[in-house]
Design a protein around this ligand. Structure first.
Ligand SMILES: C[S@@+](CC[C@H](N)C(=O)[O-])C[C@H]1O[C@@H](n2cnc3c(N)ncnc32)[C@H](O)[C@@H]1O
Length: 188
């Protein structure tokens, strides 16, 4: 097992083995129970790696900026934060180019009933479902990361230049419209 300190933020019931899993929901039995919309309960430079899947989209964009700045504070120099979040551009692309596929994805993997079964309904719900507050496209997310001292490099499903960050992703192209970033902590 790696001796690196690795923190998984907004872990929910899908906890990563060997990582410090953090969530607000006590029922998911995280190692650390904390509200991540405020400051994060970790010391400066105390983590090597961080991971967060389908959490940052639950925050307002101002909240996400504060969250990313906190991740920057906690990561040691050279540390990396992996972020998965729905991709607005991919959701829009599928709505325009593959409406049937988008509805099928929703029915198969989300399963929440639809009033009309249309792609437009799925697009609307996709923006708001399950606490979604702000859905990023790659450019918006990359710019926000820059403001918080990160170089956000686009990756693909389960791929990373960092071995410990490979194979952790739950959501792939078959069952989601996720995008994948390894955010390298820059010196500021
Ligand atoms: C959509 S779930 C994602 C869970 C898991 N990462 C996954 O990919 O399946 C979002 C998680 O964020 C947690 N969460 C939402 N708001 C939070 C907050 N303010 N502080 C800490 N955790 C929060 C929820 O309890 C939930 O477990």
């Amino acid at each position: 097992m790696s001796d690196k300190v690795s923190i998984n933020l907004g872990s929910g019931h899908w906890k990563l083995e060997g990582w410090v899993n953090v969530d607000l929901d006590l029922d998911s039995e995280p190692q650390v129970c904390a509200d991540l919309s405020g400051g994060l309960p970790f010391a400066d430079g105390s983590a090597d790696l961080m991971h967060t899947e389908d959490f940052i989209d639950q925050l307002t964009i101002e909240g996400a900026r504060q969250f990313l700045c906190e991740c920057h504070r906690i990561l040691r120099p050279g540390g990396v934060l992996r972020v998965l979040t729905p991709d607005l551009a991919e959701l829009a692309r599928r709505y325009i180019e593959d409406a049937e596929g988008l509805v099928a994805l929703w029915k198969t993997y989300v399963g929440v009933g639809l009033e009309t079964g249309s792609a437009g309904e799925v697009f609307n719900l996709g923006m708001r479902f399950a606490g979604h507050t702000f859905i990023y496209d790659g450019e918006t997310f990359t710019r926000l990361c820059q403001q918080c001292g990160f170089d956000a490099r686009r990756q693909s499903f389960n791929q990373s230049d960092i071995s410990e960050l490979r194979g952790l992703d739950l959501r792939g192209p078959e069952n989601s419209v996720s995008m994948y970033f390894d955010c390298y902590r820059l010196e500021t």
